[in-house]
Design a protein around this ligand. Sequence first.
Ligand SMILES: [Zn+2]
Length: 67
Amino acid sequence: MSEGPCESCGAPGRVLAHPSAPVSAVWCDACHARLATRRVPMGMILLVAGLIAGLVASAGAWLSGGP
Ligand SMILES: [Zn+2]
């Protein structure tokens, strides 16, 4: 069984390997292409951006007002 409905949209698809995870599932070509281009969740980007901003802020405070 290597074909079936796409897991994301239900269109006819086939078993494909996930572009960034060690799993395989049934996807159509359109959804598989979207997986490849959007493999980093926006929440992860915002989290990393927040961490960097916090580090920069604390480093700036340490440099200007440290002992
Ligand atoms: Zn699909």
